[in-house]
Ligand binder design. Structure first.
Ligand code: ADP
Length: 320
């Protein structure tokens, strides 16, 4: 699959609904190509409105939205939406179409022939972990919630869109399935590297999924835009601090790699527990507690490259 993705620029964007509700005012954000950007905030803060203005399901009343420098308001909305994948909470699969036909929706609209469309649908089903031989001919009601969500993701990716918009994509499934879908989706994103904007109200989901997180307040007011570790270690205001929650210390350990705090180490590893260099401080602490050890050795390609002590974990400064 092509690694095609695009940056998105929102400049001073506003939306006043016909009834006079100013849902979003003067909102600006730079979404980097190939990154997953999360919009988070309380209900009614304008997250969905912002998301839907990007594919013009909602027309902005002011400001500019550019995808790779091209003004979306100057493009045909139907054409535009074919280049933008869109995944919503209850997926919105066509109930009377089978899985393969659902996944092939946009390629078919783009005029691909039947063979190419089906081959593409099956490739995408494979990519989201659904064996086409088993699932392609099923109807949506013959799938679990998690499987329907995977089909929704496959459909959104079918025409290799520049951008993927996701509105609370995992919130309709139970927590265990949600965690698995999130993990699978991150693996998928590591290979397709789409520009993704994901709306959620769940801070754990935001921290787990986001390369960058935009925290919004009412009226689409942008309180902070930062990578997860920075958001947790340096909330820009008491409002953000409250929003990310009292357990942000634990969350911060989960998003801080051991690599960032380890000391050099090339001594013996005999008897000492080890973690991979890609592990988080949270993982390192779990290993130390399980093994009742004060130190964990960090290994890369089987060789020790550093070590982390319990004391170091607890001293992670607020500026990490
Ligand atoms: P969020 O996604 O953060 O929950 P929304 O973008 O759905 O927030 O809504 C932002 C604000 O706009 C809310 O006050 C909501 O009531 C209002 N709103 C949403 N859609 C409409 C509409 N069609 N007409 C009038 N107001 C709306």
């Amino acid at each position: 699959m092509d690694a095609t993705s695009a940056s998105i620029t929102l400049e001073d964007v506003g939306k006043v609904y016909p009834d006079g509700t100013a849902a979003v005012s003067g909102f600006s954000l730079e979404v980097r190509a190939g990154e997953l950007t999360v919009l988070i905030g309380p209900s009614g803060s304008g997250k969905s409105t912002i998301l839907r203005m990007i594919n013009r399901l909602i027309e902005p009343t002011s400001g500019q939205i550019l995808i790779d420098g091209r003004d979306v308001l100057k493009q045909d909305p139907v054409e535009l939406r074919r280049q933008i994948g869109y995944v919503i909470q209850n997926v919105g699969l066509f109930p009377h179409h089978n899985v393969r036909t659902n996944v092939g929706t946009v390629p078919r609209l783009l005029g691909w022939d039947r063979k190419r469309t089906e081959a593409r649908a099956d490739e995408l089903l494979d990519l989201v972990g659904l064996d086409p031989a088993r699932y392609a001919k099923r109807y949506p009601h013959e799938l679990s919630g998690g499987q329907r969500q995977r089909v929704g993701v496959a459909r959104a990716l079918a025409a290799d869109p520049l951008v993927l918009l996701m509105d609370e994509p995992f919130s309709a499934v139970d927590p265990i399935v949600r965690a698995r879908l999130q993990e699978e989706f991150l693996r998928l994103q590591a290979s397709v590297r789409k520009t993704i904007v994901l709306v959620t109200h769940d801070i754990d989901e935001a921290v787990r999924m986001g390369d960058r997180i935009a925290v919004l307040a009412e009226g689409g007011k942008l309180l902070q835009f930062a990578p997860p570790a920075e958001l947790l270690s340096r909330p820009a205001s008491p409002e953000v601090r409250d929003f990310v929650g009292a357990d942000r210390g634990i969350r911060r350990l989960a998003v801080t790699p051991v690599r960032d705090v380890m000391s050099p180490y090339d001594g013996p590893t005999d008897g000492l527990p080890t973690v991979e260099a890609t592990a988080s401080l949270h993982d390192a602490l779990a290993v130390m507690l399980t093994d009742d050890s004060e130190t964990v050795v960090v290994v890369e390609n089987g060789r020790p490259v550093g070590s982390v002590t319990r004391a170091a974990v607890f001293q992670v400064p607020a500026t990490v």
